[in-house]
Ligand binder design. Structure first.
Ligand code: URA
Length: 245
């Protein structure tokens, strides 16, 4: 047994751009069925586990949606922006929902894993400063990385910015064995432009940045930039693995 809910509310919550008034009209046109029976009134209570069809489409109720997006460069992580295209413009209609937003930000020129959801509670616990969900970045630098980076970053760097000096949590640096300008960095927090500022502090410059994992969940390798993949709640839980300091 699921949850009891009004039919119009349930259907409208699952279909982007469909209002409760639209659901009422669909009922009057005999286009909504529940467990095989046509339903004339949209204000009846149904169970979220009922077999519901609206205009020929099966509605499988999901309280929240979780989407892995491989963000391409040139898009901003916000729901509205006057100038730039937003990550929401990349969501295909079948995954779109009102209330969807990016849980966390990447810079406009950063690529990679962005979680989109309408689950405010999960997003809040993931982004709160107390939750140290690790985020993994693939980095290409202007100049070769140096042996000292590992220790300096593991000790917790101090970086400067508009707000003066900021102390970072310990981060895990791994230089690539194949390419002297490539490396991986795992952060346990998300300060503004943090990866770029950390390498900037060491006299280097980030020329390409991609987030490759959030928590234990890696960005799907088959997901091309600009593509979305719906992920299941059990996978999202693993995003929330914490590390204490
Ligand atoms: N650090 C940055 O500098 N930019 C990002 O987009 C993410 C982390």
């Amino acid at each position: 047994m699921g949850e009891k809910m009004r039919l119009d509310r349930l259907v409208a919550s699952q279909l982007y751009g469909v209002s409760r008034a639209d659901v009422k009209k669909l009922c009057l046109k005999k286009k909504i069925s529940v467990n095989g029976r046509l339903i004339a009134r949209s204000d009846i209570k149904v169970d979220t586990d009922d077999e519901i069809y609206a205009d020929g489409k099966r509605i499988v109720y999901k309280k929240y949606i979780y989407i892995m997006l491989n963000k391409p460069q040139g898009f901003v992580c916000s729901t509205k922006d006057g100038q730039s295209r937003t990550v929401l413009e990349l969501v295909p209609p079948e995954l779109m929902r009102s209330g969807l937003f990016p849980a966390g930000r990447l810079d406009k020129d950063t690529e990679g894993f962005v979680l989109l959801t309408d689950d405010g509670e999960l997003s809040h616990s993931m982004l709160s400063p107390k939750s140290h969900v690790p985020k993994t970045y693939f980095v290409r630098l202007e100049k070769p990385w140096q042996e000292g980076y590992k220790r300096i970053m593991a000790e917790g760097m101090t970086i400067s910015g508009d707000n003066g000096k900021e102390k970072c949590l310990p981060a895990e640096f791994t230089g690539s064995a194949e390419d002297p300008c490539e490396c991986t960095l795992v952060l346990h927090e998300g300060k503004f432009h943090q990866v770029k500022r950390m390498f900037g502090e060491l006299g280097n410059k980030v020329i390409f940045l991609r987030r490759t994992a959030i928590g234990d969940l890696p960005l799907d390798e088959d997901l091309a930039p600009g593509e979305c993949l719906e992920i299941m709640h059990k996978d999202v839980e693993s995003l929330l693995t914490r590390k204490s300091f």
